[in-house]
Write a new protein. Structure first.
Length: 158
């Protein structure tokens, strides 16, 4: 009976451990841990945002949504290896017009743009490539393993 109780207890403890297993993928800002990843990733995101603002008026912001704003960059990273699974950069923009009756018509749009990052690219390599560029040039970086720059990748999305 004691042996059976030990087996059952061991099985239950194993299930409890499995329920709290670490996730396979994490936000890049949390890799390898929050202390090390947060500020570094946000600095790269700031550079990309500054670079987008620099090119916006001559490119993406000439169209229907002249006030496009970058919202957030997110990358999923394999927790064990540090390999990027994917990156999405979100944007928002609007167009407004005053109607004859005085109301304001609003066309609000959001975009979720995948970045041209090859699956399996190490986060370290991706961040280093962007850190080496001047902030206003970050959008023109071709990520390691990609054939096109971030700017070129956004063309089909925005």
């Amino acid at each position: 009976m004691r042996a059976l109780r030990r087996v059952v207890l061991a099985g239950l403890m194993g299930l409890a451990g499995a329920a709290h297993a670490a996730p396979a993928y994490v936000d890049a800002r949390l890799f390898p841990n929050q202390a090390a990843g947060w500020q570094r990733f946000l600095a790269v995101e700031r550079s990309l945002r500054q670079s987008f603002d620099h090119v916006c008026g001559d490119t993406f912001c000439e169209g229907e949504y002249s006030n496009l704003l970058p919202m957030r960059l997110r990358c999923s990273v394999h927790a064990a290896s540090g390999a990027i699974q994917s990156c999405i950069w979100t944007f928002a923009g609007s167009a407004t017009a005053v109607a004859d009756d005085g109301r304001i018509d609003v066309d609000l749009r959001s975009f979720a743009c995948p970045l041209p990052v090859a699956t399996g690219t190490r986060l370290e390599d991706f961040l280093r490539a962007l850190e080496q560029a001047a902030p206003v040039r970050a959008i023109h970086v071709t990520p390691p393993g990609s054939r096109i720059s971030i700017h070129e990748g956004l063309i089909g999305c925005l």
